[in-house]
Write a protein that binds this ligand. Sequence first.
Ligand SMILES: Nc1ncnc2c1ncn2[C@@H]1O[C@H](COP(=O)(O)OP(=O)(O)OP(=O)(O)O)[C@@H](O)[C@H]1O
Ligand SMILES: [Mg+2]
Length: 236
Amino acid sequence: MAEPYLLAEGMTGGYGAADILHGCTLKVEKGQIAVIVGPNGAGKSTAMKAVFGMLKLRGGHVRLGGRDITRLSPQERVAQGMAFVPQTHNVFPSMSVEENLEMGAFLRQDDFRPTIEQVYDLFPVLRDKRNQPAGELSGGQRQQVAVGRALMTQPQLLMLDEPTAGVSPIVMDELFDRIIEVARTGISILMVEQNARQALEIADIGYVLVQGANRYTDTGAALLADPEVRRTFLGG
Ligand SMILES: Nc1ncnc2c1ncn2[C@@H]1O[C@H](COP(=O)(O)OP(=O)(O)OP(=O)(O)O)[C@@H](O)[C@H]1O
Ligand SMILES: [Mg+2]
């Protein structure tokens, strides 16, 4: 069998002297939704940064579409098909919605107008608010801008760090529906989520990360059914 589209294996490293990640492994197949859950400070965001090339690894490697990208810069990884929506500061608040989307296309030489229209089709409210500063939008709408901006490079792997942070349950469900829609087009999703139960419900594969290491890995459904996982990480 061919290797998974994203294969981040044995990632070890941190920000300074002490390692945060200890042999962390993440795999995502084409068109799959992979969800990372775990306690605060477990290293979920750090693992995302490592996959995106924002963290120097002491060990392990990252492969995308069968090629080793461990030594590529984040910008080079974008060119290889990755897009990353960070946990915070993921929009330019003083720029309009449309300017945010245009910023997302910074690497493209071709006509990106059709992609903007695709983003507006996915998130119609953004079309209505295209000329408003992103900072004036609601939390859920800002997250749509952030996801839309990431889609502007036409990624094959979309990485989202807590896309539903601070939004209402209804807005969360809506955003998850849109993420499913994106995955159905063949784009792989790697997502960190604080709303663990709901996220695992839509996950093809789930990773429970604890202290920078894999604690449980299984289908979303299997993790949701596991009494130990439920008790320890999903609040019963
Ligand atoms: N830029 C940084 N420099 C130094 N240490 C950091 C940095 N960012 C995170 N850390 C530390 O790394 C560890 C893991 O943090 P990380 O942000 O990856 O956790 P997380 O699982 O994403 O947490 P949360 O659920 O709160 O988002 C924590 O101990 C944190 O204090
Ligand atoms: Mg985090």
